[in-house]
Design a protein around this ligand. Structure first.
Ligand SMILES: Nc1nc2c(ncn2[C@@H]2O[C@H](COP(=O)(O)OP(=O)(O)OP(=O)(O)O)[C@@H](O)[C@H]2O)c(=O)[nH]1
Length: 276
């Protein structure tokens, strides 16, 4: 039998191999205009760019080091108005989900409920298929963060922190956070890293910055909603048929940066960040 030391070494090696071969896939869902592309660009480049082509939808890749290990991220920045079949494809693809709303837009907040019902219904079906008890901690449901954006616009706020937190609990999100993509970099990077740590570390947040952030609310996931709830929510019919394959192009980071800068520049005359 192997000693604890050698098995922990082995586990570390396996982790390294897994993190190199299998990317961690994060999909960002939310109504249009909530800041999904701004969030993606912040995470990829640390920059904030003010305006984007609204039809921009793509999977971006980048590598980060988390707890000393290289992790390949794939981030699917979705277009705000997706039909249900597309949403299902995005949810099935993901290892983690960011449900994003704009704190100055109540409609975008309500849209997150519809999206979460859809996520729950798909997780429930996935658990049923794999024979996992949906009330157990070991479900293969993907972690979901409810993320309120644009808190810099304090005067226009329509959704208060407490309301976001309480909705997060009701919906069974794994945690809740508020950010301003335009003003912070570290919190944005932490959102992605926390999701990774949460998924990899048995559904418990382990990163110190994650636990110290004031608006962070961590919740044990509730059992998935029923298909009836899904129907009531208007999230659409039950998924049928085979799993769709991803058809979006995956680009290198430098291609993505150039393209994003060009797209943002083509829409406005003001100067934007130039990434060398
Ligand atoms: N004040 C403020 N504006 C923001 C923030 N984040 C994004 N925005 C602005 O919100 C607008 C929409 O941002 P996008 O990133 O294009 O939103 P999106 O969700 O990708 O929109 P679609 O691609 O249409 O679905 C842009 O004008 C951004 O500059 C923020 O934290 N604060």
């Amino acid at each position: 039998m192997s000693s604890p030391v050698s098995s922990s070494r082995l586990l570390k090696k396996i982790n390294i191999i897994n993190s190199r071969t299998k990317p961690f896939r994060v999909v960002i869902l939310g109504q249009n205009g909530v800041g999904k592309t701004a969030l993606t660009v912040r995470f990829l480049t640390r920059r904030y760019i003010g305006d984007y082509d609204p039809s921009l939808e793509r999977v971006y890749t980048c590598q980060r080091t988390i707890q000393g290990l290289p992790v390949d991220f794939e981030v699917w920045d979705t277009a705000g108005e997706n039909e249900n079949s597309k949403l299902k494809e995005q949810i099935r693809w993901a290892d983690a989900i960011i449900l994003m709303y704009d704190v100055t837009d109540r409609c975008s907040f309500n849209e997150c409920s519809r999206l979460k019902f859809l996520v729950n219904a798909l997780s429930r079906r996935r658990n049923k298929k794999s024979g996992v008890d949906p009330t157990s901690d070991l479900t293969n449901a993907v972690p979901v963060v409810l993320l309120g954006n644009k808190i810099d616009k304090a005067r226009d706020r329509m959704v208060m922190t407490e309301e976001g937190m309480s909705r997060s609990r009701q919906l069974g999100c794994d945690y809740f956070q508020e950010v301003s993509v335009s003003e912070t970099v570290e919190d944005i990077i932490a959102v992605f890293e926390d999701l990774y740590s949460y998924r990899r570390n048995d559904r418990r947040l382990t990163t110190a910055h994650g636990l110290s952030r004031s608006t962070l609310h961590v919740e044990k996931p509730a059992p998935c909603s029923s298909d009836e709830e899904l129907e009531e929510s208007g999230a659409g019919a039950r998924p049928r048929g085979r799993r769709d394959t991803l058809s979006l192009p995956i680009k290198t980071l430098s291609d993505q940066q150039d393209e994003l800068i060009m797209k943002s520049r083509s829409r406005r005359r003001e100067a934007y960040f130039v990434i060398s």
